[in-house]
Design a protein around this ligand. Structure first.
Ligand SMILES: [Cu+2]
Length: 179
């Protein structure tokens, strides 16, 4: 049913444009970065958007060749979307990781297809949970520095954030649990 409605809207706008147009806006204010993309492909319009907050990179510790990065991502678009990859100039390889039980041990595991983020939902990458793994560090992020991270979404596209580096990155304060 929903699909029918979308198609009929698309038919109305078909006359206006039958190729691909894309309007992208990106802005950062008070530690929150918003990226919004409006795409019109053959008259089918999508509006995607992400709001990124609480981003941080954990400072490289000792001789550890790896570290992690965190960000809270809210899908403010109208469509379900997916975080498909992340990148950093500081690392040879970047993976999206989750945590899962292996026997009685909590282990990291790669999410090769990334993380789905439904419209209106929030994905938290945070210490102790899902995270961005920075592997084979080529520069070692140090406390107090800023490190640029690039996130790529299936629909919202690519967005870069300047994440503060910290020895003690904090999890985003949850609205739902009181400690
Ligand atoms: Cu990891």
């Amino acid at each position: 049913m929903r699909k029918l409605i979308v198609l009929s809207l698309a038919a109305l706008s078909l006359a206006a444009c039958d190729t691909k147009t894309e309007v992208k806006s990106e802005k950062t204010e008070g530690g929150v970065t918003k990226v919004e993309t409006k795409t019109n492909v053959d008259g089918v319009k999508t509006q995607s958007g992400m709001e990124l907050s609480h981003y941080a990179v954990r400072a490289a510790l000792g001789q550890n060749p790896n570290t992690a990065a965190y960000v809270t991502i809210k899908n403010i678009g109208k469509d379900d979307d997916r975080l498909v990859s992340a990148a950093c100039d500081c690392a040879a390889k970047v993976e999206l990781h989750t945590m899962k039980m292996d026997g009685d041990k909590m282990m990291m595991a790669e999410m090769p297809e990334g993380f789905a983020i439904k419209a209106g939902e929030t994905l938290e990458l945070k210490p102790g949970g899902n995270h961005i793994m920075l592997m084979g560090l080529t520069t070692r992020p140090a406390d107090g520095q800023t490190q640029t991270l690039t996130l790529t979404f299936e629909k919202a596209g690519t967005v870069s954030i300047d994440a503060p580096v910290s020895n003690t990155p904090l999890a985003a304060a949850s609205e739902h649990t009181g400690h």
